[in-house]
Design a protein around this ligand. Structure first.
Ligand code: GDP
Ligand code: MG
Length: 190
């Protein structure tokens, strides 16, 4: 298996990661400026790595078990490298749909993306987290926590508010998506 290498994700082969093992592609979606790249750079950690600019591969340990996550920050057409949005819609084993709590338009965009994703991957029970980023900017808030939470209920996904700037809840977000991937895996195996 390719599980030891970190080169699973490439726009040339958009097959999902090895969902039977511990190798997963996680795709960041969301409007431009919501904070996807800021969240990705926290995941990436030190900038002096061999990663591409938009594909970050890390071995993470969650609940004592390791997983190899390739985080794809390839959604924005202007900086997604060679990825098309259609490829992004197909490549993910899980999705983080990011909006900015300071921008209602980005929240509405997140709903559209959820619908687009559902259409693209119809029969699949994908792990998705709706992410309200920039929660440090309390005075500029346009979307309440309750609205975010309610939206996640409607869209049948998890919800978390983060701040990439303060590194608040970012680790929780990544751990959460790994836990959801495992839940799906364990249900399949059972
Ligand atoms: P992307 O287009 O979704 O990749 O968004 P970026 O990650 O490039 O972020 C857009 C802008 O928002 C940048 O100026 C970031 O520094 C800023 N930003 C991102 N996350 C946060 C956050 O949590 N809090 C604050 N205050 N600013 C943020
Ligand atoms: Mg970006």
């Amino acid at each position: 298996a390719a599980a030891e290498s970190c080169s699973s994700a490439s726009s040339d082969s958009v097959a999902s990661g090895d969902s039977a093992g511990n190798l997963y592609n996680v795709v960041l979606m969301g409007g431009h400026g919501a904070g996807k790249s800021a969240l990705a750079s926290i995941f990436a950690g030190a900038p002096d790595t061999m990663d591409g600019d938009f594909e970050h591969c890390r071995t993470v340990t969650v609940d004592g078990e390791s997983a190899i996550i390739t985080l794809l920050d390839t959604w924005d057409p202007q900086d997604g490298g060679s990825w098309t949005q259609e490829q992004c819609l197909q490549a993910g084993d899980a999705y983080l749909i990011v909006y900015s709590i300071t921008e209602r338009e980005s929240f509405e965009r997140a709903s559209e993306l959820r619908i687009q994703l559902r259409r693209a991957r119809q029969s699949e029970d994908l792990p998705i987290i709706l992410v309200g980023n920039k929660c440090d900017l309390v005075r500029c808030r346009e979307v309440s926590v309750n609205e975010g939470r309610a939206c996640a209920v409607v869209f049948d996904c998890k919800f978390i508010e983060t701040s990439a700037a303060m590194q608040h809840n970012v680790r929780e977000m990544f751990d959460g998506i790994v836990r959801q991937l495992r839940l799906r895996r364990d249900t399949k195996e059972a």
